[in-house]
Design a protein around this ligand. Structure first.
Ligand code: B12
Ligand code: SF4
Ligand code: SF4
Length: 316
């Protein structure tokens, strides 16, 4: 069968039957720089292509983070957990993965492996943001999130690995989406300081498809303090699980998170512990029509321009 017709059928299926918002393909050579253990062939021997897709987060789900941080209405944050993070988006991706992998197997006769989309499904995972970059869906932002021109960071990714050899999509070649020398929104609005200030030369460099890009070295322990809901406003412990003064925790300082949420599974929403209790870097990033979607609609009253130099505007 003509490879371009196979690709077209797979993409049409992903965008219609599987209801994804974007799809791209990365040939196996795009993963030449994957670390050992998370290369696609570690998951599927003989893997030749990775089909990567995303589901856009509804603006109404993103609204829940504004209500939490701007109105201090912590109860609303469950809406973000359910419809912006671990609930609907992960399950939407899980079913899309399943459908697309079955379609690819039927169409090509080759093996197709659905990759889990989030921690809900356990096990070691490939890095889906690197998969999305490799498939040309967008570029990394300083926050380390993957930005698509259409939705900025407000999308979640899924991937299907296959032994079918499919032509790669071009790498993203539009205007640079993020300029951390001018935009400091994610750094300044990160409540734990997990996202460092931009310092030239401090970025983590990655390369795929001959295109190198750098992004900030986010401190995951600091990020987890917020995402896992350790603050007393975010769980029923009555106290901060990790002292608010401990802004540079070691992994063992965070063990208490697992212990608390193991004992309070009601608060976890099908996960080992919640991981949706923040999301500011995702919600306030200007890329992806932020002003039109969120400022002009009145969903947020935060003046992100206070954290942008020289009137910089994202190209999308
Ligand atoms: C665990 C996890 C977390 C943890 C820890 C984060 C971490 N990266 O360790 C916590 C809870 C803190 C977290 C927070 C958030 N997360 Co999270 N998280 C994940 C998860 C489930 C696994 C990440 C992981 O450990 N990957 C495995 C390691 C190997 O990958 P890595 O660290 O990215 O890769 C490193 C290397 O191995 C190497 N590498 C790996 N593969 C490759 C390939 C190539 C080609 C190259 C060159 C290099 C390379 O480069 C990296 C640098 O060392 C992913 C889903 C997934 N499977 O990707 C979502 C995921 C990264 N999270 C996501 C989101 C949305 C969030 C939050 C916004 C959640 C929220 N509260 O709203 C925050 C954002 C924080 C931020 N600034 O990025 C989305 C990101 C979407 C996007 N637009 O980019 C993902 C992709 C889930 C999804 N299905 O879309 N998350
Ligand atoms: S908030 Fe600004 S610096 Fe951060 S990722 Fe988005 S565009 Fe880049
Ligand atoms: S999710 Fe919150 S704590 Fe984590 S990096 Fe983003 S803004 Fe910072």
């Amino acid at each position: 069968m003509d490879p371009s017709s196979v690709v077209q059928q797979i993409k049409d299926f992903a965008l219609t039957e599987a209801r994804m918002d974007k799809v791209g393909i990365a040939g196996i050579d795009r993963f030449n720089e994957s670390p050992e253990g998370v290369h696609p062939t570690d998951f599927l021997p003989g893997c030749k292509s990775v089909i990567v897709f995303c589901t856009r987060l509804p603006d109404g789900a993103v609204n829940a983070t504004y209500r939490t941080f701007e109105d201090l209405n912590y109860n609303v944050h469950g809406v973000y957990g359910a419809f912006g993070y671990v609930g609907a988006p992960n399950y939407n991706l899980m079913f899309a993965n399943y459908k697309i992998s079955r379609f690819v197997e039927k169409l090509t006769g080759c093996a197709a492996v659905p990759e889990p989309a989030g921690p809900t499904h356990g096990a070691k995972m490939m890095s889906l943001r690197h998969c999305a970059y490799a498939a040309g869906l967008g570029e990394f932002g300083w926050s380390s999130l993957m930005l698509t021109p259409e939705f900025g960071p407000r999308n979640r990714f899924g991937a299907v690995l296959t032994t079918a050899e499919l032509p790669s999509d071009p790498m993203y070649s539009g205007p640079r989406l993020c300029d951390p020398s001018k935009c400091h929104v994610c750094e300044k609005l990160c409540p734990t300081g997990a996202i460092p200030p931009y310092v030239p030369g401090s970025e983590r460099l990655v390369c795929s498809g001959g295109k190198e890009i750098g992004y900030g070295q986010t401190n995951w322990s600091k990020c987890r303090i917020m995402c896992h809901g350790t603050g007393k406003d975010y769980n029923e412990s009555g106290t901060d699980l990790v002292p608010q003064t401990d802004w540079d925790p070691l992994n063992e300082d965070l063990d208490v998170i697992g212990e608390f949420f193991d004992a309070h599974p009601r608060e976890n929403f099908h996960q080992h512990s919640p991981s949706w209790k923040c999301g500011n870097c995702l919600s306030y990033c200007p890329v992806g029509s932020w002003y039109r979607r969120f400022r002009d609609t009145g969903l947020t009253s935060t003046n992100i321009d206070a954290y942008i130099d020289d009137g910089w505007r994202s190209p999308t």
